[in-house]
Design a protein around this ligand. Structure first.
Ligand code: FAD
Ligand code: DHB
Length: 388
């Protein structure tokens, strides 16, 4: 097989890249290790920045998003039983949209296939070869056979546990990493969310987030141990804990729990995001704690930059965009890392914290809640910085 751009991974990054390239007449093939049903059901992120929503609409994948996505003007911070609203629309003229990542993935797959795009499911890439030549090859397994895909460029969109990043020779990448001594226990509950906006709750028992998927479906998270044993968390205990951490700010409805899982937390960035003809995009190059809701949005930003660079190369033979790719992405990635860290350290309990730290967190929340300047900075970052 041969194509111009071999895309490893059919997550938000790989699918969007294939669509952006197809719109400009550039061929690509997407290789995805899992089945279509699996990637369309995987429970993950849910929040789209304003520009990412606009991008999905512009590319033609916005029909269901505009019908079913929940537009939010801002978020609320809960502290000591009080709710503080941060109104993005008022502060920076932007909104965010709650629309489950698996719905985004479903819409992108359907659109790509309807436009004649090629996705091979259950096709796990096993090795990347010739990355420092003009003719790289992706080796993969499909239908019980070992196959290969020759190409001009490889886009490593295979997430944090993929093969693309490890295919870069030792000594090329610098890894910047920070661990967090906690994770999030998340549930999907058939019950109305406690508020029409997301609530980020600061509490002595630990952080909690009250999000949603629809007016009758809640997505709720609790700060927990990084290796928390779900066996210790029957549904009733989860709701008791969520209610306690909401601190009486508003009532919490309970309902059947449809899904329960634990996500550990890390911040990782690798530099550069390119080696020869391999370009890393999305989680394969960086992950961040979910408190800033940046994962899916950063994946989209990377592939917007990559598609622009590939289009300039294919149309005019220009290499400046490809050469600047890593630099351009990393500027945004580090701002998102900074913001995700800011939200995480603002709202969580840390095992080594002191009474000073707790007082300082309270002061910081009070500052964000009471100062237009501080609230504007939060709103600007949360709703998404403009693309370069
Ligand atoms: P992915 O979505 O990971 O897609 C990579 C794809 O590559 C996958 O489909 C994978 O199957 C495929 N793949 C891997 N290896 C191979 C291979 N060898 N060959 C072929 N295909 C391969 N972000 C938030 O903002 N908020 C959240 O609440 C949140 N929750 C999350 C929960 C979990 C459990 C995880 C893992 C992530 C979460 N994220 C969250 C992050 C967000 O979902 C990611 O940032 C986003 O999925 C990144 O998209 P991506 O396309 O880069 O990678
Ligand atoms: C959701 C997840 C997040 O990590 C976040 O910051 C906001 C919303 C969600 O799943 O709805």
């Amino acid at each position: 097989m041969r194509t111009k751009v071999a895309i490893v991974g059919a997550g938000p990054a790989g699918l969007m890249l294939s669509l952006l390239l197809r719109r400009e007449g550039i061929d690509s093939v997407v290789l995805e290790a899992r089945s279509r049903a699996y990637v369309e059901q995987r429970v993950r992120a849910g929040l789209l920045e304003q520009w990412a929503r606009d991008l999905l609409i512009e590319i033609g994948a916005g029909e269901r998003l505009q019908r079913e996505g929940l537009v939010h003007d801002g978020i609320r911070l809960a502290c000591d039983g009080r709710l503080h609203s941060i109104d993005f629309r008022q502060l920076v003229g932007r909104i965010v949209t709650i629309y489950d990542q698996k719905e985004v993935v479903k819409d992108l797959i359907a659109l790509l296939l309807s436009r004649g795009g090629e996705i091979l499911f259950e096709a796990a890439a096993t090795a990347l070869e010739g990355l420092d030549t003009a003719t790289p090859v992706v080796h993969f397994h499909h239908g019980g056979e070992a196959r290969s895909l020759a190409c001009d460029f490889v886009a490593g969109c295979d997430g944090f546990h993929g093969i693309s990043r490890p295919a870069i020779p030792d000594g090329v990448l610098t890894v910047y990493e920070r661990g967090y001594p906690f994770g999030w226990l998340g549930i999907l509950s058939e019950s109305p969310p406690p508020s029409d906006e997301l609530i980020y709750a600061f509490h002595e028992r630990g952080f909690a987030l009250f999000s949603m998927r629809s007016p009758t479906l809640s997505r709720l998270y609790l700060q927990c141990e990084p290796d928390e044993d779900l066996g210790r968390w029957p549904d009733q205990r989860v709701f008791d804990e969520l209610e306690a951490r909401l601190g009486g700010a508003c009532p919490l409805a309970r309902g059947p729990v449809l899904q329960k899982g634990v996500t550990p937390m890390r911040s990782v960035v690798v530099e550069p995001m390119q080696h020869g003809r391999l370009f890393l995009a999305g989680d394969s190059a960086h992950i961040q704690p979910p408190t800033g809701a940046k994962g899916m949005n950063l994946a989209f930003a990377d592939v917007v930059y990559l598609s622009r660079a590939l289009v300039a190369y294919e149309r005019d033979g220009r290499t400046d965009g490809l050469e600047a790719y890593s630099r351009t992405c990393l500027d945004r990635v580090w701002k998102a890392q900074r913001f995700s860290w800011f939200m995480t350290q603002l709202l969580h309990r840390f095992p080594d914290e002191t009474a000073f730290d707790r007082r300082r967190q309270r002061a910081d929340i009070g500052y964000v809640a009471g100062s237009v300047a501080a609230a504007t900075a939060l709103a600007e970052n949360y709703s998404g910085l403009p693309l370069a």
